[in-house]
Ligand binder design. Structure first.
Ligand code: NAD
Ligand code: TYD
Length: 355
C-alpha cells in the first residue's frame, strides 16, 4: 500500500514518517514537502536503510495540481494524510495571505486530485481509501476557565492561521458531503517533542535559555495550552486513518493543560539541572507585548477517540518534557542550522527589542 503524506519535512510530519514506517513494514510513504523555512530534510536522516527503501521524497507544493496528479498516476496512491501547512500563529498575524494559499487552496487541490483518481475505482472507497486532514483545536477559538472543546463545539477561529485551518476543514467536509469522499479530520491540541521548529513556545524557550537570551512571555503568561507529546498525536492519526468512521471529526488531546509561564519555568528548572548552568534562571523571563487576538485557553475533550478507537496518551508531560529537552541538548547542531538566515529576520520582526 502506498500513501501520500504531505509536510513530511516539518515537525509532526517527520515524526509521523518514523512512526509509520516502523509500524507498517509492508507500506510505502510518498512524502511531499515544499521545504519552506519550516521544512528540513535533515529531520528524516535517521530513517534506517530499510525504511529509506519504503520512502520516496518529492520536493513540491501541495497547490501544484499537475505534480499531485503525477504522484497519483505514478504511485497509485491509496490514501493521503495532509500535514502540510503554514503553521505559526505569529507569522499569520504578520502575513496572512500565504496561510490561505497553502492551507486552503493547497488542501482543496489535494482533495480534487484524490477525487479524480479515486472515482475511477469506487470500490476503493470501501477498501478503506481515505483522505485525512490534520487540523487543530485552534479552529474552535478560545475557552473561558471551564469546559472543553468537543467535536460539536462551533468553529470560532480568531487568528488568520486558525481561520485558514477552519476553512480547510470546511472544504474537506464539503468534499465528503457532496461527493462522498472518504475523509476524516483530526483536531489536536499543542504538540511538543523532537524536530519542532524553534519559533514555537517550547523549542524557542529551550534555545533562548541555552544561549542566555531573554525568554519572551506574551502578556501575563497565564494563557493555557493543552500539551501532547508528538508520538501520541502520530498514533492517534494512524488509528483514525485505519479505523475512523468515514466523514467524522476526532479531537485529540490528553487533558494536560498548563499555563505558559509554568512551561517556561519548568524548562528553566530542567535545563539548569541538566547543564549545571546557573545563568539559566528566572531572571531571563521577560513579559513582552501580548500577541494580537491571543486565545486565552485551549482544552480538548478526547472522549470520542477514546471510546471509539481506544486511544489514550502514553507519554505524560513530566516524561515528555524531559525527553524533549534531552533531544534538544543532544541536537544543538540541528538547532544552529535551522536558526540561521530567515529565522533571524522573523525573530527581529516579531521580538525586535528583546535581547
Ligand atoms: P511545521 O510548520 O513544522 O511543518 C509544516 C511542513 O509543511 C513543513 O515541512 C513545510 O515545508 C511544509 N509545507 C508548507 N507549505 C507547503 C506547501 N505549500 N506544499 C508542501 N509542503 C508545504 O508544522 P507542524 O507543527 O509539523 O504541523 C503539521 C500539521 O499539524 C499542520 O497542518 C498543523 O496545522 C497541524 N497541527 C499542529 C500542531 C502543533 O502543535 N504543531 C497541533 C495541531 C495540529
Ligand atoms: P505557540 O507555540 O506559538 O503555539 P500556539 O499559538 O499555536 O498555541 O504558542 C504557545 C503559547 O505560548 C501561546 O499562548 C503563545 C505563547 N508564546 C509566548 O508567550 N512567547 C513566545 O515567544 C511564543 C512563541 C509563544
Amino acid at each position: 500500500m502506498n500513501i501520500l503524506v504531505t509536510g513530511v519535512a516539518g515537525f509532526i510530519g517527520s515524526n509521523f514518517v518514523y512512526y509509520y514506517l516502523e509500524k507498517y513494514k509492508d507500506r510505502k510513504i510518498i512524502g511531499l514537502d515544499k521545504l519552506t523555512y519550516a521544512g528540513n530534510l535533515e529531520n528524516l536522516e535517521k530513517l534506517t536503510p530499510e525504511q529509506k527503501e519504503r520512502f520516496v521524497f518529492i520536493k513540491g507544493d501541495i497547490k501544484n495540481q499537475e505534480l499531485i496528479e503525477y504522484i497519483f498516476e505514478t504511485y497509485k496512491i491509496e490514501g493521503i494524510i495532509n500535514f502540510a501547512a503554514e503553521s505559526h500563529v505569529d507569522r499569520s498575524i504578520h502575513d496572512p495571505q500565504i496561510f490561505l494559499k497553502t492551507n486552503v487552496i493547497g488542501t482543496q487541490t489535494l482533495l480534487n486530485v484524490a477525487k479524480k483518481y479515486w472515482e475511477i475505482d469506487t470500490q476503493k472507497y470501501k477498501d478503506g481509501v481515505k483522505f485525512l486532514q490534520v487540523s487543530t483545536d485552534e479552529v474552535y477559538g478560545s475557552l473561558g476557565p471551564t469546559g472543553y472543546f468537543t467535536e460539536k463545539t462551533p468553529l470560532d477561529p480568531h487568528s488568520p492561521y486558525s481561520a485558514s485551518k477552519a476553512s480547510a476543514d470546511l472544504i474537506v467536509k464539503a468534499y465528503h458531503d457532496t461527493y462522498k469522499m472518504p475523509t476524516n479530520i483530526t483536531r489536536c491540541s499543542n504538540n511538543y517533542g523532537p524536530y519542532q521548529f524553534p519559533e514555537k513556545l517550547i523549542p524557542l524557550m529551550i534555545n533562548n535559555a541555552l544561549n542566555h537570551k531573554e525568554l519572551p512571555v506574551y502578556g501575563d503568561g497565564k494563557q493555557i495550552r493543552d500539551w501532547l507529546y508528538v508520538t501520541d498525536h502520530c498514533r492517534a492519526i494512524d488509528l483514525v486513518f485505519e479505523n475512523g468512521r468515514t466523514g467524522e471529526v476526532y479531537n485529540i488531546g490528553g487533558h494536560n493543560e498548563k499555563e505558559n509561564i509554568y512551561i517556561v519555568k519548568k524548562i528553566i528548572e530542567i535545563l539548569r539541572e541538566k547543564t549545571g548552568d546557573k545563568e539559566i534562571n528566572e531572571k531571563l523571563i521577560k513579559h513582552v507585548k501580548d500577541r494580537l487576538g491571543h486565545d486565552r485557553r485551549y482544552g480538548i475533550d478526547p472522549t470520542k477517540i477514546k471510546e471509539e478507537l481506544g486511544w489514550e496518551p502514553e507519554i505524560m508531560f513530566d516524561e515528555g518534557i524531559e525527553k524533549t529537552i534531552e533531544w534538544y541538548l543532544e541536537n544543538q547542531d540541528w538547532m544552529k542550522r535551522v536558526i540561521s538566515g530567515e529565522y533571524l529576520e522573523f525573530y527581529e520582526k516579531n521580538y525586535g527589542g528583546t535581547k
